[in-house]
Design a protein around this ligand. Structure first.
Ligand code: URA
Length: 468
């Protein structure tokens, strides 16, 4: 009896060693990994000699078989713990951030960070690079000459103290496992999976020590997850997982059935933001203004600076109108080493290698924009990368002159392509033409924000999914 107990104890205190090949096989065959197994994979991903071929195989198995809610949570927490955690306690304010699941022309971060900072919350924003067909906040910021996205954590804190917001990329210290897995997913067609997206996004957000988080979960033809049900599941998973890790979270499901605003690229997106910062209100970028204010309104509310998200919206609108947000944005750029003079005349700083105006190739209402195809068109101008580590062209991209629902006449300017050189104009034009559908009748309007999840809504949704 005594001997048997001793042997059981020794068995439970020395768990069997893990091997990556077994974990790939287990996932490949549809098994669920426990927390220790997921932690093992993440540890390998952040080790100096990460076995990239095995990690890629595991990612593909996870993509094909899916991750359970528990697996996704273990992945997010293990990835968060792969590096150090930033502590915003010394900022003396609630730390609140926003993260989007990725889109085309999605430039809200540049507006939102200073808007929320202007209203009294600290915004320690850790962003990513272009992924798949979507653009990356860091690539866009690096279109500002001198802007450093690679601040050390003490520099990050100093900028936050000074300006109230700072936008950086992952460092070797913060969620390093995501850096490896993010780049691998981009190269192995394993981006579009709710559990993997959840781990990736939340690893960075939880490592930033946020009090609250607002998620912009994209729906429609430009979203990573193409069905509305999958996107709802992702929003609920992100919200419930972040809440269970102690971060108050809401997720807004927002339309990515066409590019946000008109510009998609790098510098040209900043030109568009400057119009809003300077008080212009062009009808064709009203969606960008509205979504930025809605998201900022939620951040201001969750950060305790407004009773409701609507009151937060009103505060953000005032900070946009009175120039406070622009002042904070320029201060942040300067604090990151960026040259603010380029914003005096942003159009003058736009120096693309080649330009082509594409005319509408037929008449009719624009009823559909396959925004994934349009995103690839933008990438092929040189604005995104085809191979890991490639430099992106800050001046490449596309400005769309017509939006979903508009009636166009054949021959009128439809889009302007800006590319690194003339050889990079043909492929984007082909993608563009493949991505747009015309009709004699106008399409139905699509709401900009179609659903909002908070903690209880997310948990109820996931329980319902479990029952089905
Ligand atoms: N944004 C991220 O940071 N990770 C993803 O996987 C998708 C969007």
């Amino acid at each position: 009896m005594v001997n048997r107990m001793t042997s059981q104890q020794s068995q439970s205190s020395t768990p069997a060693p893990l091997h990556m090949v077994d974990l790939i096989r287990k996932k490949r065959d549809g098994g669920a990994l426990d927390q220790r197994e997921i932690e093992y994979i993440v540890k390998l991903a952040s080790s100096e000699l990460a076995p990239l071929e095995q990690l890629a195989a595991w990612l593909m198995a996870a993509w094909l078989r899916g991750l359970s809610v528990d697996e996704a949570r273990s992945l997010a927490l293990a990835m968060r713990d792969s590096g150090v955690r930033f502590s915003p306690a010394r900022l003396g304010k609630q730390a609140v951030d926003k993260h989007s699941t990725g889109g085309v022309g999605d430039k809200t971060s540049f507006l939102i960070a200073p808007l929320a900072a202007a209203c009294g919350v600290a915004v320690p924003m850790i962003s990513g690079r272009a992924l798949g067909h979507t653009g990356g906040t860091l690539d866009k910021l690096e279109a500002i000459p001198g802007y450093r996205t690679d601040l050390e954590l003490d520099e990050f804190e100093a900028v936050l103290m000074k300006c109230g917001c700072s936008i950086i990329g992952q460092t070797d210290e913060l969620a390093p496992a995501d850096r490896v897995l993010y780049a691998l997913r981009d190269r192995t067609a394993t981006v579009e999976n709710p559990g993997l997206i959840c781990g990736s996004i939340l690893s960075k957000k939880l490592a930033a020590g946020l009090d609250s988080l607002v998620l912009d979960v994209k729906t429609g033809s430009g979203a990573f997850l193409r069905t509305y049900a999958d996107t709802e599941f992702l929003a609920a998973l992100l919200t419930a997982t972040a809440e269970s890790a102690g971060t108050r979270t809401v997720a807004l499901l927002t339309d990515m059935g066409q590019p946000l605003g008109c510009a998609a690229g790098n510098w040209i997106e900043l030109i568009e933001c400057m119009k809003l910062f300077r008080g212009e209100r062009p009808a064709e970028i009203e969606d960008l203004r509205e979504l930025s204010l809605r998201l900022a309104g939620w951040m201001i509310h969750l950060g305790g600076q407004a009773e409701t998200a609507e009151a937060g919206y009103a505060r953000a609108e005032k900070a946009l109108a009175d120039g406070t947000a622009l002042r904070i944005f320029l201060e942040m750029v300067a604090a990151h080493g960026g040259k603010t003079a380029v914003f005096d005349d942003p159009e003058a700083h736009h120096k693309p290698g080649a330009t082509r105006v594409v005319e509408a190739w037929q008449s009719g209402y624009i009823v559909e924009m396959d925004t994934t195809a349009l995103g690839w068109a933008v990438q092929r101008t040189g604005a995104g990368r085809e191979h890991a580590g490639e430099k992106v062209d800050p001046h490449a991209g596309i400005v769309f002159h017509a939006r979903r629902g508009a009636h166009v006449e054949k021959g009128q300017p439809f889009a302007t392509l800006y590319a690194t050189n003339a050889t990079k104009l043909d492929e984007p034009e082909t993608f563009l033409k493949q991505g747009v559908v015309f009709s004699d009748t106008p399409p139905q309007a699509v709401p900009l924000v179609s659903r909002i999840f908070d903690r209880s809504g997310a948990e109820a949704y996931l329980r319902e999914c479990d029952r089905r």
